[in-house]
Design a protein around this ligand. Sequence first.
Ligand SMILES: [Zn+2]
Length: 422
Amino acid sequence: MLNEAIQALEADVLDRLLRYVRIDTQSRADSPTYPSTPGQLDLLRLLRDELLALGYADAALDRYGYVTATLPSTLPADSPAPPVVAFFAHVDTSADAPGRDVQPIVWRNYAGGALRLPGDPTQVLSPEESPALATHVGHDIVTSDGRTLLGADDKAGVAAVLGAAAYLIRHPETPHGTLKFVLNPDEEVGHGVDHLDVPALGAAYAYTLDAGEAGEVEDETFSADSVTLRFLGRSAHPGYARGKLVNAIKVAADFVAALPRDTLSPETTAGREGFVHPTTISGAAEEAVVRLIVRDFDTAELARKETLLRDLATTTAERHPGARYDLTVVEQYRNMHDVLVHHPRATALADEAVRRVGLEPLHRPIRGGTDGARLCAMGLPTPNIFAGWQMIHSRREWVSVQDMGKAAQVIIELAQLWAHER
Ligand SMILES: [Zn+2]
């Protein structure tokens, strides 16, 4: 792309980010509705309207909150059609830091050093804490004012998708097959694509724009299960409990204390190592519940970790005569590599698109899940591409305007690369 076009794209993507982050779209894990919060629908309606205004005649918001839009092929009608490719980003933001009344700040031409966020003097963004800052001198950096998260996860991805959609419809000379754009709610609470009608979307391949560092192309996630472990005791009046009371709280506490400490925990593992992790504990003397998550890149390892939990629960219950337990496992998501290995072009073309915008592709296993992992399991091969965000889920979250511009360029390059595939 020409320099002028790149600058226009960066300006457009920044403009969109600043508009989108002002809408509170935090999702909520405990909500009975879908989307989980009404603010997400405010942004989704805005995005549908922006797509309609750009000329996307079929842009629509369905009853679950999915916004979809189609860009018809620009290839000659008599040539064989390439695969339909979709681009996804999620509108919701994390509940790990405040997300209402976001006041974005653009630090033009970042000169290096620490950025003191003016809304809260304790929030100082520094290259010591976020080493990527050091490689972004000269970039335009967007942060919040320090009182809230920014929401670049994943509004940087939304801005990149909309920016590319705007560019492509205004440049019909760009050769590409049929493209789909999808904006979805509730990724952060693990329900991003629960109600998506994948066959109706009609895409053969997809990409989520929901990774951090510029250049990242992710094709591997954890495989994930959740485990609910219910300890049953026997309650009795504490004044007359000798020989009768079996306190489930103590059984559950013993179990948690017996979990591996130096290995197999989030705080002691990195890279390709998996873990078991207690997320909540609740209960009373009669019954106490420990919920855990189990993670590994090797799907078969999940069962071994679950056996370890079962064995620990058995020996713990044995130490408390009269205590019992039951353990249930629920599948959460699977390593998308298990699917993507059968569709090598999806990742290879993403790597090529990243090179075309002047970056080196970075492959890192994701120590988490993405909507792409779910989409892979639903039959739609979906690697994850960078949107540029850094320090997400914190008040010191930031994103470079130039990196967001690169993300939009990657979409535009991918559209053209897929035009040659059959
Ligand atoms: Zn995200």
